[in-house]
Write a protein that binds this ligand. Structure first.
Ligand SMILES: [Zn+2]
Length: 244
C-alpha cells in the first residue's frame, strides 16, 4: 500500500468540501459526480471524497489517493469507481490542480451529436481551446457500462482531453479541469450554462449561431481569471445557506 504524503492543508480540504457543496447546489452534480484536488504535500497524489453523494461530503470523507488511483489509508471507506479519471489526468497534465467529473444534464446532448460544444459567450470562453468527445468504444469495446472503471480507460480519456479544459464522454457526462479548485468549479458551472444557452440559440437560429472566435475566447479567458473568486464567494454563500 502507498505511503501517505502527510496531512493536507486544512484550508485545501475545506475548499474541496465547499466545492462539492457548490457543484451540488448549482445543479452540476446530483447523487453522482465528483471533484478532486492535487495533494499540496505530494503533487503525484490527490484528494477525493469517498464514494457518496457530493452534496453531503464533509472533511472526514476526504481520502488520499496515489498516482495510480489507489487509496492511501482507506480506513474502511469505499472509493469512487471512476477515480481513474482523476489519477490519469494528474499524470499527464502537470498544469491541472483540480478535476471535476459530472453528468451535468445540458451538456449530455453535445456528446452524442456531430456538432461540437463551442463558447457562446464570454463566461464560457475557456471552451475556445476545443471540447473533444471521448468515445469509450475505441478503448473499451462495444459493451462497456460507460464508466471509467480502470486505469487504461482513464489514460485513454486523458489522451482525448489533450490540452483542453473540458472533454465530453459520449453517453455519460463530462470532465472539466482547472489550475485551482475555484477555476475547475467555475468552468464546470459555465460549461453547463453554455450548453443550455447554445442549445437554445441553435434552435432559435435554425442551427446558425455566431460563437466566439479563437481570439475572442482567449481574450475573454484572460479577463475572467480575475473574476473567478467573485463567483466562488457567491456560490459558496448560497451553498452554505442551502445546507443550513
Ligand atoms: Zn460518471
Amino acid at each position: 500500500m502507498a505511503m501517505t504524503a502527510g496531512t493536507p492543508d486544512a484550508a485545501l480540504v475545506a475548499d474541496l468540501v465547499t466545492a462539492n457543496r457548490i457543484l451540488y447546489n448549482e445543479g452540476i452534480v446530483d447523487g453522482f459526480g465528483h471533484i478532486s484536488v492535487r495533494h499540496d504535500k505530494q503533487p503525484s497524489h490527490f484528494l477525493l471524497a469517498r464514494s457518496m453523494a457530493p452534496g453531503l461530503v464533509t472533511a472526514a470523507d476526504i481520502m488520499e489517493f496515489d498516482r495510480d488511483g489507489e487509496a492511501v489509508e482507506p480506513q474502511g471507506r469505499t472509493p469512487y469507481l471512476e477515480r481513474f479519471i482523476q489519477s490519469e489526468i494528474y499524470k499527464t497534465r502537470p498544469d491541472v490542480q483540480s478535476v471535476v467529473h459530472s453528468h451535468s444534464p445540458s451538456v449530455i446532448p453535445f456528446g452524442v451529436v456531430a456538432r461540437r460544444l463551442q463558447p457562446i459567450y464570454h463566461m464560457s470562453s475557456f471552451l475556445g481551446s476545443g471540447v473533444p468527445v471521448f468515445e469509450i468504444r475505441d478503448t473499451g469495446g462495444p459493451a462497456t457500462d460507460m464508466l471509467i472503471r480502470n486505469p487504461a480507460l482513464g489514460a485513454a480519456l486523458a489522451r482525448a482531453l489533450g490540452l483542453s479544459s473540458v472533454a465530453l464522454l459520449r453517453g455519460h457526462g463530462n470532465i472539466v479541469v482547472g489550475g485551482s479548485i475555484r477555476e475547475a468549479v467555475f468552468r464546470a458551472v459555465y460549461t453547463e450554462v453554455n450548453a443550455r444557452l447554445a442549445t437554445e440559440a441553435l434552435r432559435l437560429g435554425d442551427g446558425q449561431v455566431s460563437f466566439l472566435n479563437e481570439a475572442e475566447a482567449a481574450a475573454a479567458t484572460a479577463t475572467n481569471q480575475a473574476q473567478i473568486g467573485r463567483a466562488w464567494d457567491l456560490w459558496k454563500a448560497k451553498a452554505l445557506d442551502a445546507s443550513g
